[in-house]
Design a protein around this ligand. Sequence first.
Ligand code: F58
Length: 814
Amino acid sequence: MNKPAPRASDPETIRAEILEKLTYAIGKDPAVAKRHDWLNATVLALRDRIIDRWMESTRAAYQAKAKRVYYLSLEFLIGRLLRDALNNLELNGAFTQALQDLNVDFDLVAALEPDAALGNGGLGRLAACFMESMASLGIPAYGYGIRYNHGLFRQKIKDGWQVELPENWLEHGNPWEFGRREAAYEIGFGGQVVLGIETGNRQQRKWKPAEKLVASACDTPVVGWRGKRVNTLRLWTARAMDPIRLDAFNSGDYAAALAESNKAEIITRVLYPADSTAAGQELRLRQEYFFTSASLQDIIRRHMQQYGEVHSLAEKVAIQLNDTHPAIAVAELMRILVDNHGFDWDEAWDITRGSIGYTNHTLLPEALESWPVHLFEHVLPRHMQIIYQINARLIADAQKRPDCTAEFLASVSLIDEHNGRRVRMGQLAYAGSHSINGVSALHTSLMKQSVFRDLNTLYPGRINNKTNGITPRRWLLGANPQLAALLDESIGQSVLDDAERLVEARRFATDAGFRQRFSAIKRHNKDELANLIAARMGIRVDPAAMFDVQVKRIHEYKRQLMNILETIALYNAMRAHPDKPWAPRVKIFAGKAAPSYAQAKLIIKLINDVAQVVNGDPAIRGLLKVVFIPNYNVSLAEVIVPAADLSEQISTAGMEASGTGNMKFALNGALTIGTLDGANVEIMEHVGRDNIVIFGLTAEDVERKRRMGHDARATIEASPHLRDVLAQLASGVFSPDDAGRYRPIIDSLYNSDWFMVAADFDAFATAQRQVADIWRQTEDWTHKTILNTVSMGWFSSDRTIREYAREIWNVPVA
Ligand code: F58
């Protein structure tokens, strides 16, 4: 087939292309076009250039009979795509110029693109970074997920409280996507299993679902660095088999006429907003099965089309499960192979295990998914049978062990018999995968000691570590173009080609000229963030002050509470000793709380109450400011991250699987204050112990303290600063309108302190003083932050994906 001639990339050509799209695809005269029209015309013009490469990529993979990677994830937190795609195609300058020639401001137009928030937090953002890295490394890959009509809620702050509003990213249409009505699959629910023909000693079983609906595909191209490859993100939408029941409509029963349609469409209507608790509702189980089944049918259809058989599936296909949300894939693939393709169990099992790998992202017990057996049976009766069969074999394997005990059996079983009978999705994913990976070295080792200790004994050698990474295209070039340019210049080539070469810039850490430019870039980014804060919140912050930042989902284990309590202690100290040489600070918080998580919402309110008091107190002469920036999302992160001086990564040790925000900040030249948790441990190893401020209990300490009993009350009594802060909270200093407001927080600290806020408080406060000391040594600070930036190349998601490719998927990388 002839390749299309490469298009010219000069501003004149691009201007003509944008005008053509505006006129013929949007139907608008430039004279009356609104900004949204320009945005859509720009995206469409760019999209054409992407399509050429997209088709080329797909064709090449087909011709090479390449193994394909399928990344199944209930969440893809992609954010805006325009700037990212332009950067990756190196067309940013030409498009900006073309629009300028049309009297259109690129920045204003780009800011209109909705921030696609089809994810909650780290897990969803990781999936997006991985998609970009897979394309950049030339790996033929598909992301599979759900095209939610409404992504993560928008957060407003009203009187200091979080209020949730619906998110509507598709309001103005979505110029990036291609609806593929032809790529549609039937998805069944409920019903019964019937016995079919008997062949040999096998009785065939057939699932007769009670309900059926249709999954139809929407594709978004994912452009790799320098346009090397374009992969597909395929998101599924649910619709009814029959859009309307005409008989009901004709007899005037309009509700019944549309009932089926509504029931189907509800499945892909909204993203569940819980970040670290398993949702547990039937609709969630339906979402999980819906997208997993559609994806597997699509994978098998593509494989059959190319190879005409399914026996070779595991050779040509690697399916990665992003957490347990798609873990039903294990049973669904078995069902398809055994029931639909007539495979015998053992071969089907080899194919299933040979194709599937599973990534675990959490050890929090409340986040480990399990479903009541009766619900499972009701929604997926055939899958329940298959899970019982898998379990029977697994239990038989366990019983062969001489050291097998009842506890061992209970721990490896796919069925939890302790609290009602429940199907454990983690155990199912483990049993059905050839690889089970954690997301940081510490997390992986804890996983081996905790959730999967006994499964690791039964089926050893499957657990491996893949420390997370972030794409430097978005988190360095996109978010901090000036720093990217400085680094490119220093190492004499693009950092984006091979982030690990960043270390070569190490020698510049002592170079006066480099330091000066590095600092000037940070200052520029801080000015931008200060402007955003002023514009959105009406608060003036001093860009010369230390920007001390904690932005992430609000959760007790992430300990925003410890941070704000320490802020109060600092405020008290500043008031008591106004003449000490304080390092001026702006404490910046942002993040969403799950709507049902009362304690997290109370922490948001506390931050805002403290902000009210501190920001309005003339006695501290502006030395301290507290801001909670509403509606944290990917686009906001792109402004905050490059402007941070201090990155707060202070989770209770053992509870944050990896963290990826920690990587973004360090790469952009922030110093980290953190616990030895998740990937902080490896960040410390890379940047050096002297260039990070580590404090607090280790994961082992936390575990021991919990086991031995931690006397929180005694700990608080022994910490005068914390005691005073809690007394202030209790007496309503920060909540004069409701003195009892913070009772739940005070009680949880005195009575349990599960998250070790009290236990770590003094160590944290001391570490903060150490940070202030370094800050006052400006040259030392700059030196350390440069060493952070240049040491972070290893945390590129390109490195992570290379490891997945080599050690799990067995696919080559470019
Ligand atoms: C996060 N998990 C981990 N879960 O907390 C974080 O340490 C890690 O860096 C990141 O994954 C990537 O590995 C996370 O974001 C969720 O948001 C789930 C959403 C669905 C319900 C359960 C939690």
